[in-house]
Design a protein around this ligand. Structure first.
Ligand SMILES: NC(=O)c1ccc[n+]([C@@H]2O[C@H](COP(=O)([O-])OP(=O)(O)OC[C@H]3O[C@@H](n4cnc5c(N)ncnc54)[C@H](OP(=O)(O)O)[C@@H]3O)[C@@H](O)[C@H]2O)c1
Length: 317
């Protein structure tokens, strides 16, 4: 099968398309014929060496989320059959991962009727992160929540899930995503200069909690690559009046300095069935900006790293 692999760290340039053996599902695993593989900023961080000491030696694959059709079942697997459409995370502990013609999965849910493979592959990481971030922030129905960076995939998932939980949502986003976010029920303004005043006006002076879902542009574990002065975190603290009412998913160095909360997901993916139900009901979705074939991974990486992808980037097979 064809798969993306890298056998040294450095930059997306090291990612190559290779002909490799199909992976064999172990106990509790399924193998899918991949139709779509979601890309995240974390993919480039992994190629740069993030978690290198915790993951198996190179060569490794990339692509942490897939949608496809079940092609083989490992021992002990129940509740799913060959030919079923499924989506979920792809494990990173083999020589290939989700960006391949076939991928293994240890957690999955059935892709709902009416949801395409591209739409399903856009969901796992964004939904998992947004869900845990809202829980970790402790946001309650009726409260006002600022989602900063709502144009990111995690930001969009957080807006949708928060609205569904009965939270009043104010969002910051650029012009590409603003109208779509307003349509689903958020009050939206731009980020950048004057953001605090504009958000304050939309919230009538009161923001209960704030979630920073904007990409930092650097590795989340590297203080030297984070945005200067924590990006928007000081503004979010000013708007809520308390660093404990602010949570970032990306700027951990600034969070440690400023005392805000953080969410770092543990890849549990124990809510896939719930995410599938919400996607089937039209509650949960992440906008797909562009799709690419496997051999255009470098173009996809370039757009993702520009920090203005304008939605989810997805490989299609
Ligand atoms: N903690 C965790 O476990 C975890 C899990 C997943 C992801 N993350 C991190 O979360 C961040 C978001 O991930 P993602 O995949 O959702 O990102 P993404 O979709 O690649 O985010 C890109 C979008 O962010 C918006 N943006 C860019 N610069 C911004 C700024 N300065 N202020 C506000 N918005 C800005 C842009 O939208 P518009 O300009 O169109 O509004 C852009 O299209 C990344 O840093 C990622 O590494 C963390």
């Amino acid at each position: 099968m064809k798969a993306l692999q890298f056998d040294r760290f450095g930059s997306p340039d090291v990612i190559v398309v290779r002909e490799v053996p199909k992976p064999e599902p172990g106990p509790g695993q399924i193998r899918v014929a991949v139709r779509a593989c979601g890309l995240t900023p974390g993919d480039w961080a992994l190629v740069d060496g993030l978690f290198a000491d915790q993951l198996p030696p190179l060569p490794r694959g990339l692509g942490t989320e897939v949608a496809g059709v079940v092609d083989a079942l490992g021992e002990g697997v129940t509740g799913v059959g060959v030919g079923d459409r499924v989506f979920g995370p792809a494990p990173l502990d083999g020589p290939t991962a989700g960006a391949a013609e076939y991928a293994l999965m240890t957690a999955w849910a059935h892709t709902p009727e009416g949801v395409t493979a591209e739409q399903a592959a856009a969901l796992p990481m964004a939904a998992e992160t947004a869900w845990h971030a809202l829980d970790d922030l402790g946001v309650q129905p009726g409260e006002s929540l600022l989602v900063h960076g709502a144009g990111s995939t995690v930001g969009e998932a957080a807006v949708r899930l928060a609205l569904h939980r009965g939270v009043r949502v104010i969002a910051t986003a650029g012009p590409a995503r603003a109208a779509a976010l307003e349509k689903i029920g958020a009050r939206v303004t731009g980020y950048g200069d004057g953001m605090a005043e504009r958000v304050g006006a939309l919230a009538a002076g009161r923001v209960d909690r704030a979630l920073d879902a904007a990409p930092t542009g650097g590795r989340i574990d590297r203080a030297d690559q984070a945005s200067p002065a924590g990006g928007a975190l000081p503004t979010l603290i000013g708007l809520t009046g308390d660093p404990d009412r602010v949570l970032t998913i990306s700027d951990f160095a600034a969070a440690a300095e400023l005392g805000t909360r953080i969410t770092q997901i543990e890849m549990r993916y124990d809510r896939m069935t719930e995410f599938a139900r919400l996607a089937g009901e039209g509650v949960l979705a992440v906008s797909v900006a562009r799709t690419y074939p496997l051999d255009q991974i470098h173009d996809a990486a370039k757009l993702s790293q520009s920090r203005r992808p304008g939605g989810k980037l997805v490989l299609v097979l």
